[in-house]
Design a protein around this ligand. Structure first.
Ligand SMILES: [Zn+2]
Length: 236
């Protein structure tokens, strides 16, 4: 009986670490990554390019957050950047050693079926979780992770990403209650694997769906979406 109680107490203790807000109000740097750009238009529908939509939303997000946070845009105009260049921009930033850097990549979806619609979020693939720990990992994150043993560090890193993604997901749901939520998915995506900080990629909607498309190109909708993402970040 004593053993069972001890196990239960240990489980509750570990769970509280895994499910509490890992950021604790200490986000110190936000890297905003507008996907594609320049020669790479991203997803297309006629004259409408993903690269223009994601740049507009990224700028609204930057404008919302810049007065209160150290914010960086990987691009602020129509230029082409390699995926590694985006990660280099994120990984080379100086930030408050007591705080968390986060990476937010903004994209627009496309599908062969015109009925596919809604937003979704991506976090690192399970198997890529340890890529967070590298030469470029900040000392803050290393000290946070070092309090966990080897088995727990994987769970912890994934929980941090899940917490970030689910906070953004809830905020978008609140701002757009009727908009289809496709959920949080794990993806083997370059910018998620190679940015050594909590990272999420947001697919705002489908350029191939007529309802989504008319929202995606509407500046009011773009700003409302950016504000929903910003309010999630402010709540971390
Ligand atoms: Zn994209």
């Amino acid at each position: 009986m004593k053993k069972i109680n001890l196990f239960l107490i240990l489980f509750i203790f570990i769970s509280s670490f895994l499910f509490a807000n890992p950021f604790s109000g200490n986000v110190s740097l936000i890297v905003i990554d507008a996907g594609h750009g320049g020669k790479d238009p991203g997803a297309l529908s006629g004259e409408i390019n993903e690269k223009d939509i994601v740049l507009a939303v990224s700028k609204y997000l930057y404008d919302n957050l810049k007065s209160d946070y150290n914010c960086v845009l990987t691009r602020d105009n129509d230029i082409f950047l390699e995926l590694q260049e985006r990660c280099d921009i994120a990984n080379s930033q100086a930030f408050d050693v007591n705080g968390y850097p986060i990476f937010i990549s903004i994209h627009v979806n496309a599908a062969t079926s015109e009925s596919a619609n809604g937003f979704e979020l991506y976090i690192k693939d399970d198997e890529k979780k340890l890529s967070l720990l590298s030469k470029a990992t900040s000392s803050t994150l290393i000290s946070k992770y070092s309090s966990y043993n080897n088995i727990m560090v994987n769970q912890y890193i994934n929980k941090v990403n899940e917490y970030l993604a689910s906070t953004i997901e809830s905020s978008i749901k609140r701002a757009f209650p009727l908009y289809k939520n496709r959920g949080i998915k794990e993806g083997n995506l370059y910018v998620l694997n190679q940015t050594f900080m909590p990272a999420v990629l947001i697919e705002l909607g489908f350029i191939t769906n007529s309802d989504d498309r008319s929202n995606l190109i509407n500046p009011e909708w773009q700003k409302k979406m950016a504000d929903a993402i910003a309010s999630a970040i402010r709540s971390l």
